[in-house]
Design a protein around this ligand. Sequence first.
Ligand SMILES: [Zn+2]
Ligand SMILES: [Zn+2]
Length: 444
Amino acid sequence: MRMLFFLASLFAIKIADAQKNYVANLKQVEKIVQENSRFLNDGYKRLHEFPELSTKEINTAAFLKTTISSFGYSILDSLGYQSFAAVLKNGNGPVIMYRTDMDGLPVKEETTLPFASKAIGIKDNETFPVMHACGHDIHMSTWLGLAKVMAEMKNEWKGTIIFLAQSAEETAQGAKRIISSVNYKSLPKANYQLAVHDHAELQVGEVGFCDEYEMAAVDMINITIYGKGGHGAAPQKCIDPILLSAQYITEIQSIISRSLPPIESGVITVGAINGGTVGNVIPNQVVLKLTIRTFSQDSRNIIMKRLKEIGDNLARAAGLPETLLPKYDLLDMSIPSVYNNPELGKKLKDCFNKYMGTASVVKIKPMMIGEDFSVYGQQSDSIPSYILWMGTLTAERRAKSIQSNIEIPALHTSKFAPDYEQCIPQNVMMMSAAMLELFNNGGK
Ligand SMILES: [Zn+2]
Ligand SMILES: [Zn+2]
């Protein structure tokens, strides 16, 4: 009995010690973040002012590379487009991969910030204004701040960190290129994979969790509906692809409601119809551009199969020969759905609860938008991955918007302006706490 008591008190002391260390660690994180706040803000402004389009993030990658190398990380290049990894090996322990994206969007910035972007990018020989309208500049600044903290706190953890900087998230090209690159395969296999995405409506300090499916698999398909063109006044001599397209668009709406099990989610959107020139000519063809969103592979298979069955059979019913059935072009832009590992989610939640209090952990519903962070999670089921939503709004701004009924500019809009001075240090502190926790208590 006495022995048991002795063991129990020893255990209690150990827990108290661990708790004390943990608090001391977080104080140290806070100190490092405070000391580097100027560097973080300046870096953010620079990244925000000079955004670059997907696959063209040359100066952005160069800036990140120079900065993170100066913290003692080794650079692994040639991961496709401008992507690279910065690695810190720090003894035996778990391997954690942490990813940022780097690309801006073809959006003309309409904020009144003194460092608003005036950048112009070129894509397919066309010029576009460019803006960090998805907040990837916040992700990069968080990534740099976290890299700095982990380098300075090397004595507090053991293992390997892979800080991944990824090109072309917005066009769903970057992650696929990375995982198929020879150099990426030379990196140690991660035990955990993490990323954050800013959230336009969450408050600074709030972290949004969505266990299991968080974002959708994305497919883009162009479908050519053929017909037999002729005079608009003699439809009996034609097969009208405009009428056929109208029937097709209406009919495929039944796939979600009639072909998918009712509890499964899916979206079929026809975003463009291109066909015909004038009112009195029936054209030869119409091109439809669709996006398909699903969570499960089964739903995706059902939708793809039904799109073809309906298209082929409507064309046959209209009298078209087998050689003029619709053409279905799946674009090379498909990405899988984002699946957040619930056990890893629990570890992160427990850590944030301990650090910030339960009020800061927010449950977010799944969305049908896409994120190619999913590609890393899908390469092997055995790597737990999680992408967190991070708040970007100060309490004052949120209160003001509610009081005055002012809409907060959403992601991908020209007025999106996160409260960077508050959210970047907060993100760095939270992710540093998460990393230290995973290295010290979660790597087993
Ligand atoms: Zn985006
Ligand atoms: Zn984004």
